[in-house]
Ligand binder design. Structure first.
Ligand code: MUC
Ligand code: MG
Length: 373
C-alpha cells in the first residue's frame, strides 16, 4: 500500500533574538515560526517551517494566518492523499488555494523531508543532487547603532564567521542612512563586502540620490530600494547605476522574474522558498534568472534551523550563486528547537547531511517555546 498523509499539526513557536533587529518597517525582538509536523501512514514524519518577519510588516501572511490557513484550508486538501507525488500535491494546493506562499512552502518542505527519510536520500538529492556542501553566509548589521554595527562586524570577521555584511537602512532620512553606511564601509575597508537593504522605503527620486551616494562610498549591492510593485522603476535603477540592484520583495516567483528580465532588469534576484511557495517554485525562478543572465542570491525570511536547512538543500543544487547566501537566521536567535544546530564556520555553513532535511526536532525545546494559546 503506498503511504498516505494521515495528520498535519501546526505549532507557533516564539524564539527571542540575540539583539533587536531593526528593519525599515519594524524592529524584531522575537521571531515566530510556524512549525509543521506531517505524519504519514508508513510511520514517517516530515517537518517544515513557514516564517515571515514582523507579523504583517513584511508581507500579506502573518504567523497566525499561516497556521490558520494550513489548519482550515490547506491541510484538508492533503490529508488522505498519497504522500509521494509531491508535484501532484503542489498542483492540488495551487488549484484550490490562491497565494499563501509561505504556508505552501512549509507544507512542501514537510513533504520533501518525509520523502527523503522514506527513500534514504537528502532533500538536495531528491532535487537532483548537491553541487556544493559548504555555502557562504553573510551577516546583517541591524542594531541601529553605527559603532555597535562596526564592533559586531569586526567580531564576525575575527571569528571567521562572516566576511560579507548587509546593512538594513531606510528607517532614517536618506543622508543619515548614507553617513551610517559610509562610516561602516570606511571602518571595514577591503576586508568586507558591504551591501544595503532598504526594504522598499524610498521613492524613486530618493533612491536615485541615495544610490548615487552609496555607489560613491563603495557599496557592492543595493537591495529593494523602492516599492515591490514598482517593477518599471527598479528596471530604470538597474540600468542607471553601475552598482547592481538586488530584487527581493519585487520578485516572488518565476513569473515576476520573467517580467523583470523581459523588461530589461539586470543585477540579481533574492531567492526565498517562502516567497515562491517552496523549493520547486524557487528553483523555477532560479532557472529564469540564469537564462536571463541575472545573478542568484540565497535569501532568508530569518527562518530558524528547519526553514534554513530546507533553503540550503535548494541552494546546494546550484553551482553558481553569484552573491552567496544570507542563511544566518538561526544565529540571530537565542536558542534553537533542533537537536543538532547547523554548523557555521569559515564564513559559511555546511549543508546538513542525512535523509530528508537532516534535522531532528528537540521535543523539550519545542514544547518549551511553542505557544500554548
Ligand atoms: C530581507 O528583506 O532581506 C533578510 C536578512 C535580514 O536581516 O532581513 C531579511 C529580510
Ligand atoms: Mg531584503
Amino acid at each position: 500500500m503506498p503511504p498516505v498523509i494521515n495528520t498535519i499539526e501546526t505549532l507557533l513557536v516564539d524564539l527571542p533574538t540575540i539583539r533587536p533587529h531593526k528593519l525599515s518597517m519594524t524592529t524584531m525582538a522575537c521571531q515566530t515560526m510556524v512549525i509543521v509536523r506531517m505524519h504519514h501512514s508508513d510511520g514517517v514524519e516530515g517537518i517544515g517551517e513557514g516564517t515571515t518577519i514582523g507579523g504583517l510588516a513584511y508581507g500579506p501572511e502573518s504567523p497566525e494566518s499561516i497556521k490558520t490557513n494550513i489548519d482550515t484550508y490547506l491541510a484538508p486538501l492533503l490529508v488522505g492523499q498519497p504522500s509521494c507525488n509531491i508535484q501532484a500535491l503542489r498542483a492540488r494546493l495551487n488549484r484550490h488555494a490562491r497565494g499563501n506562499a509561505i504556508a505552501k512552502s512549509a507544507l512542501e518542505t514537510a513533504l520533501l523531508d518525509a520523502q527523503g527519510k522514506r527513500l534514504g536520500l537528502s532533500v538536495a538529492e531528491l532535487l537532483g543532487g548537491a553541487r556544493q556542501v559548504h555555502l557562504p553566509v553573510l551577516w546583517t548589521l541591524a542594531s541601529g547603532d553605527t559603532e555597535k554595527d562596526i564592533d559586531e562586524a569586526l567580531l564576525r570577521l575575527e571569528q571567521r564567521r562572516h566576511c560579507n555584511f548587509k546593512l538594513k537602512i531606510g528607517a532614517n532620512p536618506v543622508d543619515q542612512d548614507v553617513r551610517h553606511v559610509a562610516a561602516i564601509k570606511e571602518a571595514l575597508g577591503d576586508r568586507a563586502s558591504i551591501r544595503v537593504d532598504i526594504n522598499q522605503a524610498w521613492d524613486e527620486p530618493a533612491a536615485v540620490r541615495g544610490i548615487q551616494a552609496l555607489q560613491d562610498a563603495g557599496i557592492d549591492l543595493i537591495e529593494q530600494a523602492i516599492s515591490a510593485r514598482e517593477h518599471a522603476g527598479l528596471i530604470r535603477l538597474s540600468q542607471r547605476f553601475n552598482v547592481p540592484m538586488l530584487a527581493d520583495e519585487a520578485v516572488q516567483d518565476a513569473r515576476d522574474g520573467f517580467e523583470l528580465a523581459a523588461g530589461g532588469f539586470s543585477g540579481a534576484f533574492a531567492l526565498k522558498i517562502a516567497k515562491s511557495g517552496g523549493l520547486y517554485g524557487v528553483l523555477e525562478l532560479a532557472h529564469v534568472a540564469k537564462a536571463a543572465g541575472i545573478g542568484l542570491y540565497g535569501g532568508t525570511m530569518l527562518e530558524g534551523s528547519i526553514g534554513t536547512a530546507a533553503s540550503l538543500h535548494a541552494w546546494a543544487t546550484q553551482d553558481d550563486m553569484a552573491w552567496g547566501t544570507e542563511m544566518f537566521g538561526p544565529l540571530l536567535l537565542k536558542d534553537d528547537i533542533v537537536v543538532e544546530p547547523l554548523h557555521y564556520h569559515e564564513f559559511g555553513v555546511d549543508l546538513p547531511q542525512g535523509p530528508g532535511l537532516g534535522i531532528t526536532l528537540d521535543e523539550d525545546k519545542l514544547s518549551h517555546y511553542a505557544r500554548k494559546y
